[in-house]
Every structure is written in structure tokens, then in C-alpha cells.
Design a protein around this ligand. Structure first.
Ligand code: HEC
Length: 161
């Protein structure tokens, strides 16, 4: 009898735990910084996460054609901007595009990478050209964005670090 009561109590507690977990799952994890829902804090953040501004999706060329329309910056460079290895059929090295990373020189690279200016960053995003004149891989889309959008995106890259 005593064992039975303990068992019932145990099952009840497990049930309570599961209900609690379900409730947390239904309500969503609290304040996940990587996935802002609803309103964005800035235009730059909105573009980074959606690839669209108030006028709609920003026109772009290149990128992985079958999913080019779906991917915003976050889809490749990640929520923190740090990039990483990405891809299923082919592996891509996606660079760290936090402002601090782009604007610090890398003398250890061969050839050495200079510190990028805002104009360099804009050229890479719009035309896919690096400061040294080399083309970025076509996997990085070329974004036909307005100056306002570009300024907002660069401001957001600063926020990322
Ligand atoms: C489909 C994947 C993809 C998307 C979407 C994407 N990028 Fe990229 N991006 C890349 C890859 C891959 C590279 C590196 C290409 C190379 O090294 O040749 C890159 C390079 C860059 C670079 C140059 C950095 C460096 O060190 O060479 C910048 C700046 C950049 N991306 C910004 C952005 C921004 C801003 C957005 C959104 C508006 C964006 N990217 C969207 C994949 C992507």
C-alpha cells in the first residue's frame, strides 16, 4: 500500500514536470537574443534577419540560387555575425563580419588583410569585391541596397561587436 502511494505520487510529479516543460515550450524560450520575434530594434537588425527593408525584399544577385530569396545575412553569417562552416553539398567558410573583425588588420594572413573601411564593407556587400580587388565567392549574394539600408546594416555590424 505504502509503495503504491509513492508510485502514484511519483507519476503525478513526473506528469507535473512534463506539463511544465510543455508550457515553457509553448510559451517559447524567454528572450532568445538570436531570434527576435515581432518588432526589430533597428532597420539594420531587420535587414540582417530578414533581407528586407520597408519596401520589401532587397534585390540581390548570386547566392545559392535555389535558396537565394530565402536567406538573409543571418542565414549564413549567423545570429552573432561570426560565421563559420556552412553547407551540406559543399562546405563554405563564412567569414566573421562583426565590425570589429572587419576593421582590424590581419598581418598574419598571406597576403596580409588590411583593416576594412566602411566603404570597403559597402563594396563587399554591394559588388562582392574585397579591398584587394578580389571577387568574393558567388555564394555571397550581391545586395542592391540603398545608402540608408547600407548605413543601417553597417551600424548593426557594429552592434554585433
Ligand atoms: C548565402 C549565404 C550568404 C548570405 C545570405 C550573406 N552572405 Fe555575406 N558572405 C558569404 C560568404 C560565403 C562570404 C565569403 C566569400 C568569400 O570568401 O569569397 C561572405 C562574405 C561577406 C563579407 C566580406 C567579409 C570578408 O571578410 O571577406 C561581408 C562584409 C558580408 N559577407 C556581409 C553580408 C551581409 C551584410 C549580408 C546580408 C545583407 C550577407 N553577407 C549575406 C555568405 C553569405
Amino acid at each position: 500500500m505504502k509503495h503504491r502511494t509513492t508510485l502514484v505520487l511519483g507519476v503525478a510529479l513526473i506528469g507535473l514536470g512534463l506539463a511544465g516543460m510543455t508550457a515553457v515550450w509553448l510559451l517559447g524560450s524567454p528572450a532568445a537574443p538570436s531570434a527576435p520575434r515581432g518588432g526589430f530594434a533597428s532597420l539594420g537588425q531587420q535587414i540582417y534577419f530578414t533581407g528586407a527593408d520597408a519596401a520589401g525584399p532587397i534585390p540581390r544577385a548570386g547566392g545559392p540560387s535555389h535558396m537565394a530569396s530565402a536567406r538573409a545575412c543571418v542565414g549564413c553569417h549567423g545570429a552573432t555575425g561570426t560565421g563559420g562552416s556552412f553547407g551540406m553539398m559543399r562546405n563554405f567558410e563564412v567569414p566573421d563580419i562583426r565590425y570589429s573583425a572587419l576593421t582590424s588588420p590581419h598581418p598574419e594572413d598571406d597576403p596580409p588583410t588590411p583593416a576594412w573601411t566602411d566603404a570597403d564593407i559597402a563594396r563587399a556587400i554591394r559588388d562582392g569585391v574585397e579591398p584587394n580587388g578580389e571577387s568574393l565567392d558567388a555564394f555571397m549574394p550581391r545586395w542592391d541596397m540603398t545608402d540608408d539600408d547600407m548605413n543601417a546594416v553597417i551600424a548593426y555590424l557594429k552592434e554585433l561587436g
